[in-house]
Design a protein around this ligand. Structure first.
Ligand SMILES: NC(=O)C1=CN([C@@H]2O[C@H](COP(=O)(O)OP(=O)(O)OC[C@H]3O[C@@H](n4cnc5c(N)ncnc54)[C@H](O)[C@@H]3O)[C@@H](O)[C@H]2O)C=CC1
Ligand SMILES: O=C(O)[C@H]1O[C@H](OP(=O)(O)OP(=O)(O)OC[C@H]2O[C@@H](n3ccc(=O)[nH]c3=O)[C@H](O)[C@@H]2O)[C@H](O)[C@@H](O)[C@@H]1O
Length: 442
């Protein structure tokens, strides 16, 4: 099939590359000419494992092209996939301006019978809105087919998630349209769920808000664990082994961030409110998450009394490992709180430093290695659970501190490695703290 994908963010690019990988002829279109320039040279504008290799391979084999011209990119296409951003507006609702503009701009280039698929996360009713915009801006008397096909990939594992999805949701108002989209995905051999357009739109928000709520739930359990002397990792294992609950998304820590959970929970809460539903559960999900992001600073204040002039080494800046994305990263709030307390922050992140500089500027200093970050540090905050921080040599690095005091916001240091520290203090989330003197005690 000939497919055009609009938007070359995480979703557009992963979708485009993977559809080419399964044999389709794909053109990715973006209004950002700088990005298109990079992509035409085989460079990925985002850090995402395996993406660049697959991009180069499919471009070389002639199945993947990039352009900023709608005229070239939409010519003779069977399916158009809209994957532009839907960020948060000031009032918390989804900002649909990019998708609306996109609809208006592509309209004059559409041909009769083309299928327009919305993959961006959009509130219920947006497909209908987009169809209206297209119909009022297309040149000829054409018909188009609309469909909703929300995306569930995670950053950091976007390629694997796209090639091996748990399920594919297709929302369409006719069997013919749904079948056409199913045909596009056939080589993936993934379970397909066909439904109405409105249900498909809502499935996406319901899924993200549920996962975010699961995280807030385990984080409140973690807070309780600290009060009663229980271990949240054991609780998560004990709960999650029940198949009805499941083990995933029970990793306690300093809360969720990223470009989706925060905005999607807010947007769903607002949609419910708009329709007279008081979805207060989601309000609590958000409140718990806001508070959880303050946890490490609160713990450090309790430990040190004052953080004024204390040097804090921050391990990790991105909102999760394997990405350089800083959108709504918990590190941002942590840095602001630490700065307000008068602490000096030196941060190390394997890939996010460049993006972090744009958000945090000179509020903090940036180190090129964990070793550099811990020089003269009073405490270490582990903010992102990069693999690099979990491995044995991190314990060796921490051992170089005179008396390491570690606040582990992601519970990522291994207990057995920690015992190599002969002296120091370890404060995880929802688990017993450990004070190492020559003899270890709880
Ligand atoms: N980031 C993620 O992991 C996931 C995101 N989503 C959803 O997918 C959508 C896209 O998200 P991201 O890929 O993160 O977005 P992004 O913000 O990283 O990228 C969006 C891209 O669209 C381009 N664009 C804007 N207007 C355009 C137009 N008129 N024509 C062509 N290109 C245009 C922008 O230049 C930008 O490159 C959002 O609705 C998001 O909620 C869904 C699942 C996962
Ligand atoms: O709509 C989206 O954009 C995507 O949002 C999330 O994906 P993503 O934000 O890339 O990353 P996740 O792995 O879900 O992590 C989100 C945040 O939750 C935190 N998290 C995750 C899992 C967990 O157990 N505990 C926890 O604190 C992570 O550290 C991170 O800050 C969903 O997992 C995807 O299915 C969805 O497609």
């Amino acid at each position: 099939m000939k497919i055009s994908v609009l938007g070359t963010g995480y979703v557009g690019l992963s979708t485009g590359v993977c559809l080419a990988e399964i044999g389709h002829f794909v053109t990715c279109i973006d209004i950002n000419q700088h990005k298109i320039g990079q992509l035409c040279q085989g460079k990925s504008p985002i850090y995402e494992p395996f993406l660049e290799n697959l991009l180069l391979k499919n471009a070389d084999e002639g199945r993947l092209k990039f352009t900023s011209s709608y005229l070239n990119g939409l010519e003779g296409t069977d399916i158009i996939i809209l994957a532009v951003g839907t960020p948060q507006s000031e009032d918390g609702s989804a900002d649909l301006s990019y998708i609306m503009k996109c609809a208006k701009d592509i309209a004059p280039h559409l041909t009769d019978g083309v299928t327009v698929v919305i993959k961006s996360t959009v509130p219920v009713g947006t497909n209908e809105l987009v169809e209206k915009i297209i119909m009022s801006h297309c040149n000829n008397d054409i018909t188009i087919n609309m469909a909703s096909n929300p995306e569930f990939l995670r950053q950091g594992s976007a390629i694997n998630d796209t090639l091996h999805p748990d399920r594919i949701i297709i929302g369409a108002n006719s069997k013919k349209v749904a079948d056409k989209i199913e045909e596009m995905y056939l080589p993936l051999k993934a379970p397909i769920i066909k439904t109405s357009i409105r249900s498909a739109e809502l499935i996406k928000y319901a899924s993200n808000a549920f996962l975010a709520t699961k995280i807030s739930y385990i984080n409140q359990i973690a807070n309780l664990c600290e009060m009663v002397g229980a271990d949240v990792n054991d609780i998560a294992l004990g709960m999650g082994t029940d198949k009805r609950i499941g083990l995933s998304f029970l990793q306690a820590g300093i809360g969720y961030g990223g470009s989706c959970f925060p905005k999607d929970v807010k947007a769903l809460h607002l949609t419910a409110e708009k329709h007279g539903i008081q979805f207060s559960l989601l309000k609590e999900t958000m409140r718990i998450n806001d508070e959880q992001q303050e946890l490490l600073v609160k713990k450090a204040k309790k430990r040190f009394g004052s953080l004024k002039s204390k040097k804090i080494a921050l391990f990790g800046l991105s909102f999760k490992p394997n990405t350089d994305d800083m959108r709504e990263a918990p590190s941002i709030k942590i840095v602001r709180l630490l700065s307000n307390e008068g602490a000096n922050v030196v941060a190390y992140d394997p890939v996010a430093t460049h993006n972090a500089r744009e958000v945090l500027g000179n509020m903090i200093s940036y180190a090129n290695s964990p070793e550099e970050a811990i020089l003269d540090a009073d405490a270490v905050f582990i903010v992102t659970d990069w693999d690099e921080f979990k491995h044995l040599n991190i314990t060796n690095i921490l051992k170089k501190m005179r008396c390491p005091i570690i606040f582990d916001g992601r519970n990522c240091l291994d207990e057995s490695m920690l015992h190599l520290l002969e002296i120091g203090e370890y404060y995880p989330v929802g688990r017993p703290s450990v004070i190492f003197s020559n003899q270890k005690s709880d």
